[in-house]
Design a protein around this ligand. Structure first.
Ligand code: GDD
Ligand code: MN
Length: 370
């Protein structure tokens, strides 16, 4: 598609944004200059301040206001808005002026030039940024982005997988509607992981501060977010932790077995006995990871993975040992708590090495173009 006949809908989810919606629609009309044919689709969840009524006043003939009565939720509002569109591309943006409409022009250019399925407006690309964020909000945002990148292979490929400002080809949504499970706030993550996009581009933008109204993000959003990411990665870290716990049980049971039936391995030859216990539990963990935790990630030969798994046990154990000791001797905290903290810190190291090094995602990755 060429820039001059670019087909675009702009989907704007709203909840109590009466002051903002007027300013935003005016700004869109002033600033979006590259698309001649675009329509605006406001999806309002029956806001108490009557945002939907205000929006009805502002729209043109081809625009739509959806007033949902018995539904609430940002991601489902966005998907519903996209379903109402018949254009090739959709821009999703917030109503609160934090996503400046002028960037839609660069998004259009990028989509056309690279034939992109998704164009992300990114705060974390060079030239982008955030305005007026507290250190706490910055830490929460960066932390959430890091979690997504650790657990989700497609999120790893882009700089701002948490962006609420993006453009998507309608087909990506239409074709994958039954696969998408729009929970929580982060619909872009869902689309990146389940929409099978092949080309993604990013343009930098600066996230503005809110003038009117307040953010609907709260502690519940953070919990919903973690559940969302766990869902998207098939609960892998939880499975990994369960296997680790079972492996420890296997290890201890073997020692107990030796103590009663082969006492020499639990006394004079304890080094041999405990080595056997460690090796058997390592094999146990490996097999369960192969057939359960990472069953969709078995690429190449199992021997290579088995060897790497043995190698990665060591750094995790070492981290665990060192932290437990530093905490115990440095702060004289209860040894059980020190050991527990050691395990908690060693665990992610083991997990990260397994996720990124042993059971890597195979097949085709999405291509990120700039
Ligand atoms: N229809 C509908 N239903 N709209 C909603 C709902 C809902 O339940 N909850 C929020 N919205 C609308 C708001 O009215 C606003 O237009 C937009 O969704 C974003 O909501 P905010 O409450 O302003 O969220 P935020 O600024 O804290 O978070 C934004 O920035 C994040 C990046 O840090 C969102 O864009 C996030 O998606 C984004 O990740
Ligand atoms: Mn906002």
């Amino acid at each position: 598609m060429e820039v001059k006949n670019f087909q675009l809908s702009i989907v704007i989810p709203t909840y109590n944004e009466k002051e903002n919606i007027e300013l935003l629609i005016n700004e869109i009309r002033r600033e979006v200059s590259l698309a001649r044919n675009y329509d605006i689709i406001v999806v309002d969840d029956n806001s108490l301040d009557g945002t939907w009524l205000k929006a009805l006043d502002l729209i043109n003939n081809n625009d739509i206001v959806v007033r949902r009565i018995n539904f609430k939720g940002l991601s489902t509002a966005i998907i519903d808005g996209i379903i109402f569109s018949n254009k090739e591309y959709i821009v999703v943006m917030d109503a609160d002026l934090q996503h400046p409409p002028k960037y839609i022009n660069s998004m259009i250019e990028s989509a056309v030039k690279k034939n992109a399925d998704i164009v992300i407006a990114s705060r974390y690309r060079e030239g982008g940024g955030v305005e007026g964020w507290s250190t706490l909000r910055l830490i929460v945002s960066k932390g959430a982005t890091l979690i997504a990148k650790l657990l989700l292979p497609n999120a790893r490929r882009v700089s701002d997988p948490m962006s609420g400002f993006f453009m998507v080809r309608r087909n990506i949504i239409a074709k994958n509607l039954s696969k998408l499970n729009p929970m929580g706030f982060k619909i872009l993550l869902e689309i990146l992981e389940r929409g099978s996009p092949s080309i993604v581009t990013e343009i930098p933008y600066t996230f503005r501060s809110r003038v009117y109204g307040e953010s609907k993000l709260g502690v519940r959003t953070i919990i919903a977010y973690i559940l969302h990411v766990l869902n998207l990665c098939g609960w892998r870290p939880i499975k990994f932790g369960i296997v680790g716990g079972l492996g420890t049980l296997v290890n201890l049971s073997i020692i107990a077995f030796f103590k009663y039936y082969l006492p020499v391995l639990a006394s004079k030859l304890f080094l041999l006995g405990s080595s056997i216990a460690i090796e058997v539990s390592t094999l146990f963990n490996f097999i369960v990871h192969e057939i359960w935790t990472f069953k969709d990630r078995r690429i190449g030969t199992p021997y290579r993975r088995l060897l790497l798994f043995h190698l990665t046990i060591l750094p995790g154990l070492l981290t665990q040992l060192i932290t437990a000791n530093i905490i115990f001797y440095g702060t004289s905290i209860n040894p059980i708590i020190s050991q527990l903290l050691g395990i908690l810190i060693g665990f992610p190291i083991n997990y990260i090495l397994s996720e990124l090094g042993i059971w890597k995602k195979g097949g085709t990755y999405l291509a990120v173009k700039t």
